[in-house]
Write a protein that binds this ligand. Sequence first.
Ligand SMILES: Cc1ncc(COP(=O)(O)O)c(C=O)c1O
Length: 390
Amino acid sequence: MLNYFPPMGIYEVLFSFLDSCGTYMGNPGTHPWAQGFPLTHQLPGGPELPGSIEFGAADLKYPPAAGIDALLEAIRDYYNYFYAANITTDNIAIFAGGRPAIFATVSFLQRDINILIEETEYTPYFDLLRLLDRQPTLIPSNESNRFRPQLSDYQQSAIGPRSFVIKSNPCNPTGVTWSGEQLKSLVEFCSTDDHGAILDEAYEFFHEPGPVSAMTYIEDIDATNLFVIGAATKGLQVPGMRTGWVIAAKQNIEIFRNYSSIGMGGVARPSQLYVANLLQRERVTHARKTVCSFYAEQRARYATAFSELGIELFTGNGGFYHWCRLPGDLTARELNERLFEHKAAILPGTLCDMNRRGDTGPHGNYMRFSFGPLEPESFDENITILKSCL
Ligand SMILES: Cc1ncc(COP(=O)(O)O)c(C=O)c1O
């Protein structure tokens, strides 16, 4: 009785990996270069990740629909302190991760609104737009502009009376990051009456020289249709806590609160308590610094090694992926077949094509290599495997 819907693209890779290798990607002995999770243990020189959490009988009650006070206050203080934002707890709604927040926002978007999305973007954006029966306008993001669209590309595509941008920043998969004046101008463009945006900041901490957020440039979020989405998934290193949030105008947060009362019932209190703790000022200051520098180092060393292997890099200054073109005519799919023999896999670039043109399309020779879950000590082995498969 249900309409079938397939899982998001990366699962294709996970399932073929399982078929071919007889084990799950991410299990010990595998090389999970396709996967988008960070290391979930203490980084060298970084803050500890607590191994337990205290809670009492009151925390076993239903949580409030938009989030518990401790977490709402921690998030409010975090953005007001680090980005000079001017938000209250009424500007925040908690979700079970970044994706549920994105999905809820797009599902409430009015039908006549023109969705603008870059041609090369985060895999599930494609799936959720299809599931919600929305046809976006694609902003060119390809080899011809080195995956670096400009504001003018958005301006030219904002046809029709109202437009809404969906953008990951730093971008997954390219790592290209809008910051400073460029980000400010995007915020201004999206803040007018007839425009709005999801600015998906899952990789906020993973930017060199430092974390970046659109909140720096939003003067009065209540006067906008901006949705700044964050999560504890990457920077705070706790994807398993399933905690994400939206910062938006109070009247939009009210819609999420209403939605939660109908469709979600809030988010587990222990997860929220745990994440509130991670956002404590001194700890999060430490985490921002270490995550940024640890992953900047990983980004740089893999970049050097890839260039030596004849892989052309298009990666920006953010995220924990390398976005690259394989040498010769090798497709990412063919490379994966070879990598599977070593229990390794990358994400084929075709899964980041918001037009899904397959191996013969412009993303056929591109791969997204994730260094998010890789231990620094695995570097030599990773490069040896990649080299042998090229
Ligand atoms: C661009 C982007 N946004 C959001 C997320 C949030 O994911 P989650 O739902 O696991 O918090 C991710 C994780 O891969 C991501 O890459």
